[in-house]
Ligand binder design. Sequence first.
Ligand code: SF4
Ligand code: SF4
Length: 233
Amino acid sequence: MRYFLDAFGSLKTSFTNLMRRPTTVQFPTEKRVRAERYRSSFALLHDEAGDELCIGCLQCERICPSQVIAIKAAGKKESPVTGKKRGYADDFILDLNACIYCELCVQVCPTDAIVMTREPEVPAYGREDLVLTMAKLYANEKSKPRAWSDGTKLMEMQEKNKPADAPKKPHAAHAEKPAAEAKPVVDSKTATDNAPRIESKPADAPTAANAGSISISEAAKPADPASGGAPSA
Ligand code: SF4
Ligand code: SF4
């Protein structure tokens, strides 16, 4: 008797699932609509005048919990666009293989130079194909649609969730005051959390003009004057 009950139960499950709407889609002819905050790769951006936004401050490299970002800071150089001296990065490597998509690198960027993109990289045959070079990151600026956020939006979202009596700090990229007074600091000790915490104490934040005098967190090393502006790695 028990055998028939079990068999009946199995048949009931089979028929129920046979009739219900499938949860899978016929990829690639049919594609799922991606979530609003879906993100899968990275891009480096230029400003409206065509100058590189990255000032080589190394904040993203230092905050990255997976340590997949490697930047060679160029120090201060004359901008080919404005003629003013400012920080640049000579080289920028981001290894997607071990990235956990926490977006901390985007959040700490004082100039909104690094953003995530919605379109994934082409499936690769080797790990080296998923190492994003500086050229690739700048190419992604034009070739891939951007994800929902940048450093400014992430900071604003976090400020909204603070208690009413906590001091509000705008993102350095849009602060009216000098960025050095306005940029909150992400505590790198908590970097492995997907929901990053921001220290409430003020800290120096770099801009294109003052990339040489940043102070990013307790874990950060002091600026190296010899590097021409960006702190030493
Ligand atoms: S998303 Fe997170 S893990 Fe990936 S590069 Fe940025 S900081 Fe590192
Ligand atoms: S935090 Fe932004 S400006 Fe600083 S090195 Fe990274 S991408 Fe460049």
